[in-house]
Design a protein around this ligand. Sequence first.
Ligand code: CA
Length: 225
Amino acid sequence: MRILVVEDEENVANFIRQGLAEEGYVVDTATDGELALDYAQTYTYDLILLDVLLPKIDGRDVARTLRRRGLSVPIIMLTALDTVDNRVEGLDSGADDYLVKPFAYRELLARIRARTRTHQGGSEPNELEIADLSLNRLTRQVKRGDQPVTLTAKEFSLLEYLMLHPGQVLSRTQLGEQVWGYDFFNQSNIVDVYVGYLRRKLDDGQEQPLIHTVRGVGYKIAAEE
Ligand code: CA
């Protein structure tokens, strides 16, 4: 799952980013309201954490603009402004939830889980399956046949993205941006390396390999070549 963190205070942004990455989320950070709108327009996010007091464009205006553009991505506002008026204005601007700084990290994680859970009720299922491979996006369990497979956070994100697009050829750039965020600049063979890890864990010793290389293009996951 990919989250956009919009926060101008660098230490707060880094703290949130690091914690979420440890939980297996892919995190992009934007340091002002203008960048936030650019990123939200360019990439698809499962959730946006949005600070209210931001340079260039205020967080509430960012939320309003996103809603006006028809984006339904869940937004949790983060703010130091804890008055009833501020909370109401935040929610009225289009945010789904509101968290007052300083917040407990566990609470932030719980709210992210709650928001992404309701949102996913819409289009994308939580239980993904290809042949005898299954992945649960909520419990983060992966199984090939009845054998559980243990994946690292990045391996999980890569497999999740492949499984959300069964049979579709995905380029290294697409996969890189989805799994490593905009830090990914096609800089290395990191995608190939991680596809290699996944193959070792999922396909080695199996009669039916599921991850396929499409020469010159990228990779796909499918029951048949
Ligand atoms: Ca701020």
